[in-house]
Design a protein around this ligand. Structure first.
Ligand SMILES: Cc1cc2nc3c(=O)[nH]c(=O)nc-3n(C[C@H](O)[C@H](O)[C@H](O)COP(=O)(O)O)c2cc1C
Length: 216
């Protein structure tokens, strides 16, 4: 695949090929893109639900149809869905899990480096919790970054990704008991291979480069 093709992925496909499944090694590459996505202070305030069974995919497709009745893409033909969730709140348990993982993987030269990391992280969280009062929104931004990472990797692998932020979030959160797990759904992505009779689809359209880039 050329770099130009990667830079201009077509998310808005018309039809997935129902006969093609994303094989596990390729799926693992997509999951790596999520797992290794950077986040401020390495906070990783996310979890991802991978839907591969027909039942789960139908539940998610239905949540899209609830709010988007005119959707003409047959979502059930997608190979997989990934539901991107954020943490509902930042817990001590999550912070401790981060520190333990970082320590186990040798990220700290000594104990004082570990303590410094913890304090830096706590300061940043407190800034968003108490001063800016946007902790949930801040964590949601990280999930959007993970989405960017995922769709770029998908394009590089020749996989079509259809991101959707418009779905019945409340019913999905309830169906998968997300609040009980301290999670809130943010985004849904359908993944698969486009059908050969995909048609032309919408023409790719973007504002001209001179309108969006400023060189000084
Ligand atoms: C964060 C994000 C959320 C999106 N949400 C939806 C959505 O809820 N429903 C939908 O039909 N398309 C959704 N899209 C697809 C965009 O509408 C599409 O990418 C955009 O129109 C550009 O078209 P293109 O990807 O074919 O270039 C979303 C895309 C992004 C990046």
């Amino acid at each position: 695949m050329t770099s130009l093709a990667i830079a201009r992925p077509h998310y808005s496909i018309r039809k997935f090929d129902p006969s093609r499944t994303i094989e596990r090694p390729v799926l693992n590459e997509l999951l790596d893109a999520l797992r290794y996505c950077p986040s401020p202070t390495n906070l990783q305030p996310w979890r991802f639900l991978i839907a591969e069974s027909t039942v789960t995919k139908a539940q998610l497709a239905d949540a899209v149809k609830q709010v988007d009745v005119n959707r003409n893409l047959e979502l059930l033909d997608a190979s997989h869905f990934i539901l991107l969730c954020r943490l509902s709140d930042m817990s001590d348990a999550h912070l401790q899990a981060l520190l333990a993982q970082e320590a186990a993987e040798g990220r700290f030269s000594d104990d004082s480096a570990q303590i410094a990391q913890h304090h830096a992280r706590a300061r940043r969280i407190n800034l968003h919790r108490y001063e800016r009062k946007d902790l949930a929104h801040w964590m949601e931004k990280h999930v959007y970054l993970a989405l960017g990472s995922l769709i770029s990797r998908a394009a590089a692998l020749g996989i079509d990704a259809v991101p959707m932020e418009h779905f019945d979030q409340a019913s999905i959160d309830a169906a998968f008991q997300l609040p009980q797990q301290g999670l809130t759904s943010v985004l849904l992505v359908a993944l698969g291979y486009r059908s050969r009779d995909n048609g032309d689809g919408p023409v790719k359209s973007r504002l001209p480069a001179e309108r969006i880039f400023m060189f000084r």
